[in-house]
Write a protein that binds this ligand. Structure first.
Ligand SMILES: Cc1cc2nc3c(=O)[nH]c(=O)nc-3n(C[C@H](O)[C@H](O)[C@H](O)COP(=O)(O)O)c2cc1C
Ligand code: SF4
Length: 429
């Protein structure tokens, strides 16, 4: 199966980050086309295309846009979520660094569709290079009147503001992101109300991921039916899969939704280095439940992964080989989530701390057998009980690791030490 390169068409262009390069490949034609349509027609096209959000949850984009009240007396905002801090995910950064205008054009079309004149791009603080490229791209687009007042003589104005975060994972959660832009601590808000009703500064707001928005110009140019034909029913289009960990060719690959995870690893990732075997795979960023080698056939799409209790998430696939200590992986994950918890919910604040503490003891050979079920109990109490999904994102992979690799936990406890010499876990070590 060849790579499709719909979004990643920039790999075939020189100086792809510049406006000149983007326009020479047909860039900003979709915006011109969109401005001649009614906003409802654009929303309808995006709905028909089946585009689902690429930020993690897979919510249908057109349906989300349709939640914005059309008669709002308040301003409407669009926020482009460029916080990308999920371990194992690095697709949005590349879009921003290599082809920022694709995202800007998507933002402009989305703004027109939802009746917004102001968009914020919330970028992760640790991405100074992407921030520089985006700043240049915004300036170029204003100069050539693709942004600003009365674009394409349509009477429609669009302002885009780049907002730099300070590097907290939780600020990628959509309501924490809004709080952060408002100048407050990045703490998620209880939902409802959803941001489409009460969002940024109390106004109706849509939050979309970078990759989601980068698809929009392509769908407007080529039509909903074109997009529907790629991928799987209800899981349409391509996805930028990020491959890392124990693979020969880590990197980004744009392929249709639904490619089996094993094919991605073997055919595109070139298999596992040093003749080792696959032990486990995290299919969708660190928050997704781990798959074991018996699940290598599972299609990489929203619904297939949900059916086996995991999720597509960001499609950042991390591969672990047979030398990897799964207790250490779980400990490392607990450490990350404990560090990143905003602390509002007891189950998350205390739960992540307890998970890390017990997993560290087991890894060091100081655990006891009863810890295993206490860990599973703690995970189940963290799931679905908190303000945001960070606690679930910690509990789900750890629960799956304990369930699928329980023997490794028992081995650590009975032998009083880690049975693996190799302490390096690839990108999660
Ligand atoms: C802890 C946490 C972190 C998140 N981080 C990101 C992120 O960095 N980027 C992102 O697009 N979505 C992130 N999300 C998901 C967003 O809340 C939201 O669902 C997404 O931006 C919506 O965009 P989409 O509909 O285009 O997918 C995160 C969610 C949680 C719970
Ligand atoms: S689940 Fe964790 S990160 Fe999310 S609001 Fe609660 S304490 Fe904060």
């Amino acid at each position: 199966m060849p790579e499709l390169k719909i979004i990643r068409n920039y790999t075939e262009r020189e100086n792809s980050h510049t406006l000149e390069s983007y326009v020479s490949s047909g860039g900003y034609k979709a915006l011109d086309k969109a401005l001649k349509l009614q906003p409802e027609e654009i929303i309808e096209t995006i709905k028909r295309s089946g585009l689902r959000g690429r930020g993690g949850a897979g919510f249908p984009t057109g349906i989300k846009w349709g939640f914005i009240p059309r008669d709002s007396k308040k301003p409407v905002y669009l926020c482009c979520n460029a916080d990308e801090s999920e371990p194992g995910s690095f697709k949005d950064r590349e879009i921003m660094e290599q082809d920022p205008h694709q995202m800007l054009e998507g933002i402009a079309i989305a703004c027109y569709a939802i009746g917004s004149h102001k968009a914020y791009i919330y970028i992760r603080g640790e991405m100074p290079y992407a921030a520089k490229i985006i700043t240049e791209a915004i300036n170029e687009a204003y100069k050539k009147a693709y942004l600003g007042e009365n674009i394409y003589n349509s009477g429609f104005d669009i302002d885009i503001v780049l907002f730099k975060g300070a590097g907290a994972y939780i600020c990628g959660e959509e309501t924490a992101l809004l709080e952060s832009i408002e100048g407050k601590n990045g703490e998620p808000r209880p939902k409802p109300p959803f941001p489409a009703q009460i969002g940024l500064f109390g106004c109706p707001t849509i939050i979309n991921n970078v990759e989601t928005l980068a698809f929009v110009p392509h769908i407007i140019n080529n039509g909903a039916e074109w997009f529907l034909e790629i991928g799987q029913p209800k899981n349409t289009g391509t996805k930028i899969y990020g491959l890392s960990g124990k693979v020969n060719k880590p990197g980004l690959y744009e392929l249709p939704l639904g490619i089996p995870i094993g094919q991605l690893i073997e055919e595109y990732g070139g298999g596992i280095p040093n003749g080792r075997k696959i032990k486990a795979m995290s299919p969708g960023g660190s928050s997704s439940a781990i798959l074991d080698v018996s699940e290598i056939y599972i299609p990489m799409d929203f619904d297939s992964l949900a059916e086996v209790g995991s999720m597509l998430g960001t499609a950042g696939v991390t591969v672990m080989d047979d030398e990897t200590c799964m207790v250490r992986v779980a400990q490392n994950l607990a450490h990350f989530y404990r560090d990143e918890s905003c602390g509002q919910c007891v189950q998350c604040r205390e739960g992540t701390w307890w998970l890390e503490m017990m997993l560290s003891k087991i890894e060091a050979g100081n655990g006891s057998m009863e810890y295993i079920d206490i860990l599973l109990d703690a995970c189940s109490q963290m799931r679905g009980t908190t303000i945001c999904a960070l606690a679930d994102g910690c509990a789900m992979p750890i629960e799956s690791i304990i369930t699928k690799f329980r023997d490794e936990f028992e081995q650590h406890i009975t032998s009083g030490k880690c049975p693996f010499d190799n302490k390096y876990m690839g990108s999660w070590g």
